[in-house]
Design a protein. Sequence first.
Length: 431
Amino acid sequence: MTVAALLLARDSVRAQTVSAMVQAIPVVTRADPTATGSALTEGYLSQPAIMAHASWSWLRATATLNFEGLTLSRGELSTGGYGEGYVDRRHPHSYLHEALVGAVGVRNGFAGSLFAGRGFAPFGSDDPMVRPFEKFPVNHHLAQILERLVAVAAVRRGPVLVEAATFNGDEPTSPSSSSSLRRFGDSWSSRLTLLPLTGLEVSGGYANVKSPEVRTGDGLDQQKSSVVARFSRETGVASRYALLEWAHTNESDKGLRVTSLSSFLGEGAICRAGVIAALRLERTDRPEEERLPDPFRTPRPSVDLANLGVSRWTTATVSLSAPAAKVGVVTGRPFVEIARIGVAAGNPAGIFNPEARYGSNRMWMLSAGVRLRAGSMHDRMGRYGIAAPGMESGTESRKPESDMMPGMTHDMPPGETMSMAHHSMSGQCSL
């Protein structure tokens, strides 16, 4: 059974549906200390985005526009975070975060899909944007591969789902940068997912990424592995979510390993009566690079194929979100997050000295803000077509994420339509 045959199946025809969402998070963050060796307090408009989905018959389309290039050009304080030339700040994502079109179909008990465009490669865990924390984990660049030109095929039978993709290895160099067409197909990834019980999911993935940090293709290559277990369940006005993740990346030069980076992460959340409490524990290795006069930036492209050593970041984050208030079509949910951060020399330590850089190896980060949202929550970002939650039959069969805490998925009773599901829950657990 081929993917092409699945896509031609006539029994996958569905009615036309369109959904959209607009979100933004005004947030104030205090990091004490940070890369300057002192405390900083800054305010931002984080994660401003427009997300949309459309389907007609067996065709699907998804798109996300991200405007952090306008609101986060200096990056968002995120002690321990790194990527795309930023360090101890989260970089702004590309304006065109996702734009994919594809098809789904089902035949003889097999369901399949084929998607192409700009988006996520099938690897690792969901985009942190749709998880119950405002701050991204340190392992963002170890655990996801995003904003690439990608072609993704997926096949599912029963509780077994297989995804495979090819894409360009180079990561964005700025929010407005486009992917290198010349390099499309130089990298690949695959992911196997098992869904043994309702709400439980276990996946393992591997990726070979060509020179992600040097656009010309002459930089270090990455071999990435990931294992993720996640659980989510909703009953009435209560929700539960948990995720365990191991991610590993080897950086190599012409087949010779240069750096080995690992991450262990566990996070969970509960929601009752509209109050969401979440906890994240993480230990992640970070490569240390030469910094520019701006202590939050590193040269891109890198001036060398080596680094100054490896640091190891251990972070405990607690988040508490109040019940959402609604004015018209806009909901606002106040939240506060507190992170306790420890940094130590990794392996190899190199010349990196955390106390010389930060003045301490123990740090705090406090964030407070309001999640503003209008419309239907994006599906779990990074899974398309038959790999999206609730698509086991090749057609949409789940309640929208707008009515639940990120990580929650639900099967709808037979015959219930997507529009009906929009009114079936109170939305108290929506972020």
